[in-house]
Design a protein around this ligand. Sequence first.
Ligand code: ADP
Length: 480
Amino acid sequence: MNITKKILFVTSEVHPLIKTGGLADISGSLPKALAELGEDVRIIMPNYQAIKTTEDIRYLSTIHVNNCAVNILETKLPGNGVIVWLVDFPAFFNFPGNPYVDEHGKPWANSAERFALFCRVAVEVAMNRSYLDWKPDIVHCNDWQSGLVPALLSLEYSRPATVFTIHNMAYQGIFPRTTYQSLNLPGQLWNPGGVEFHDMLSFLKGGLIFADRITTVSPTYAKEIQTAEFGYGLEGVLSHRKHFLSGITNGIDCDHWNPETDSNIVQTYSHTTLAKKLANKTALQERLSLPVDKNIPLFGLISRLVEQKGIDLILECLPEMLSHPLQFVLLGSGNKGYEQRLHNFAEAHPDKISITIGYDETLAHLIEAGSDIFLMPSRFEPCGLNQIYSQRYGTLPIVRKTGGLADTVIDTLPETLSNNTATGFVFNEANAGTLMEAIKRSLILYGHPKTWKQLQINGMKRDYSWNKSAHQYLTLYNHL
Ligand code: ADP
């Protein structure tokens, strides 16, 4: 018999309240999927100034942690009613900016203090010491910002079970030893078998060492992070804990990313009405001042502009791409050097390239719907979401064979073509030559509309919902 579990989901960002990347998408959609399966889920996150919501926010209680008086507020996820508890401490969180950087893009100088306080409050809530009259069975933590939660809970008697999900090993929350001392954290945790990492404090390690179970967001990434190339010095810890580590591929919010109902695009469509997709291509070309041309292959890319995403490979490929009849639209922000070089290309080739620097949810949906091909040449990718959104929107992804990209895109090969499983183009090595080969392969197939359409349909018909993955999380919870 399946008994309802109480799950506290600890995260630093949740769509649609605040989002910088994929973690927010997962934190918005996985709790929703678990709630739909009948579980009692509460999300806990900091009360940032930038939070946007249409729902009411109400005061619940005040608790004292590490000499700070912190309020706990309650709101709901718009549209689905999942309860969100907001950790309200204005001296830390009531400033313009996002969870990790200030309004000028500078990392918060007091990140360690902010997230250590957040973790302490999550522990108080987890131990039912916050006057909320609710004690979770499972505390599900996500990424380094919640890494101290399993560590601190390990010191508690009669604690809930803990799960720690790695969304990206590249971000570890590493701070000097002096920060550890100033944070007033318990001395027992400071050792190489604890949160100490080469004489520094590692928030991430708190999760990896002390959580009862570790998960990451795809089976391939679960293997990769046990190697030096992807493990950032923690591969030893991860292989040591490999019997407690598993990969569960992310689902997506199929209501929010649905070409049949999406209100952000100009024309909805499905795999049976694919011809209607063209209206979105036209709208995209018009909006970005590119020549309107239904036959020209249109490449899209939406990303944080960081080394992880292989933006340098795109920059290397652009001169050769420009020798082909194609258009390329990019939406993203990040590394200033990349932004400048991309701008230079767009300025020199305004009839072929459009670069939008910034964050724009509506444009992101239109790019998914209006492009023919989506580029995602990541050097590593724990799961990745845009390649999944692309397949759902009939936009064929070109991805590197790594992490979740390898697990979610099926390369176009003779056998996958003939058995109708191919959904995109996969290349192996992280270099411009192999990426360009994949781009050329896609251009050749684009010239065969019947085959192209079959590839689109293959991708659009696959099940990307949380259903399967949410059940995998439930099975994991039930084992604890
Ligand atoms: P990551 O979490 O590493 O940034 P993912 O592919 O897992 O990468 O998720 C990225 C999410 O952020 C997607 O929902 C994507 O559409 C969105 N995104 C990234 N950059 C932008 C942007 N500039 N404008 C709008 N959405 C963006």
